[in-house]
Ligand binder design. Structure first.
Ligand code: IVH
Length: 318
């Protein structure tokens, strides 16, 4: 039974990964459901072989009455904001006053969601923690396990411990679908995807969270004896471990070696952001080299090596 259980888990993890990370369907939904059912029955019959990171946990069902608090090993900082080309020029000059070696930037989308810290030990997801006040957050692991883009087990040569940070978002189509359903049964509508993503993480019943089809984009890695030199290498590494990473091909992420490159990325997304299947509220510009990030350092609130460029809000209340 144990061999069968392990084989089913391995297969289902792979199918999930292909589907949600690589957008590839290797089997039909029906066949997937049959295998999941088979695993569920075996886990019910042999509770000694249960595993909190089994693919059966994706559908939720765990109820958390009150969320434990967790002290972040590294504070969860925020970003300072910029609104114009001049602000970006000033940011660049501030950095060049601190370091005098050549460097490049990496530009990313600024996902409009809710920050999350994911902690893995020995390749297993052990905790998902909200940002909280930046020093302490709340443990929402059962809810996080229902988010398909988040691996429950890492593959390849994973480190003993790794913390990965990112943003949980409510994809716009899924958000609209949820509001349509609520409208049909006369429930009040949710006002925007970001607040609803945040509220979803705090639901007590993880089966409810599973129904919401949340997604996750990653933007930072913390590990001892890190083996990479720059932020772009970090993403390649995360991809190998089984994470979904921002696509270079779709221009979700791009290196920049000048202010013009940065402005080009900003303008591209100012035009195209409405076509994205999720909301962004700006872009993030970071010094790509990690040793330089260290050298540049941070204030009590935010890193000096990164800045957010905020787009003008699409709607304001009257
Ligand atoms: S880097 C300061 N990159 O925006 C720690 N943050 O307003 C490094 N965010 O707290 C953050 N997309 O929750 C970074 N591509 C991205 C991001 C991103 C969204 C969030 C993050 C941060 C907040 C600051």
């Amino acid at each position: 039974a144990l061999n069968k259980i392990l084989a089913l888990r391995k297969k289902l993890h792979e199918y999930n990964y292909e589907y949600y990370v690589n957008s590839r369907s290797l089997i039909s939904d029906y066949e997937f459901d049959l295998l999941l059912k088979e695993l569920e029955l075996l886990e019910d019959k042999f509770p000694a072989y249960s595993d909190e990171n089994s693919p059966t946990k994706r559908v939720g069902g765990e109820v958390t009455k009150s969320f434990d608090s967790h002290a972040h090993e590294y504070p969860m900082l925020s970003l300072s904001n910029s609104y114009s080309k001049q602000d970006i020029i000033d940011f660049d000059e501030r950095i060049k006053k601190i370091i005098d070696v050549p460097f490049e930037y990496i530009c990313e989308l600024k996902y409009d969601g809710v920050a999350i810290s994911l902690i893995y030990e020995n390749g297993q997801l052990i905790k998902g923690v909200t940002r909280g006040d930046g020093v302490r957050g709340e443990v929402v692991t059962n809810n996080i396990r229902t988010i398909q883009a988040i691996p429950l087990k890492l593959v390849d040569e994973f480190p003993k411990k790794i913390e990965v940070r990112g943003e949980i978002i409510f994809p716009t189509p899924a958000f609209e679908e949820l509001n349509n359903q609520r409208k049909l049964i006369g429930l009040p509508l949710f006002s925007n995807p970001r607040n609803t993503a945040s509220g979803s993480l705090k639901l007590q019943d993880s089966a409810e969270v599973a129904k919401r089809n949340l997604d996750c984009f990653l933007y930072a890695v913390y590990m001892k004896d890190s083996i990479f030199n720059n932020a772009s290498d970090q993403y390649n590494y995360l991809q190998k471990l089984g994470f979904k990473t921002p696509s270079v091909k779709d221009r979700y992420i791009q290196k920049a070696s000048s202010i013009d490159d940065i402005m080009d990325f900003i303008n591209y997304w100012d035009d195209k952001r409405n076509a994205l299947p999720f909301e962004i509220d700006g872009i993030v510009i970071k010094v790509n080299q990690l040793d330089l990030q260290q050298e540049i350092g941070h204030t009590a609130k935010s890193p000096r090596w990164a800045i957010a460029y905020k787009y003008k809000a699409q709607q304001v209340s009257t």
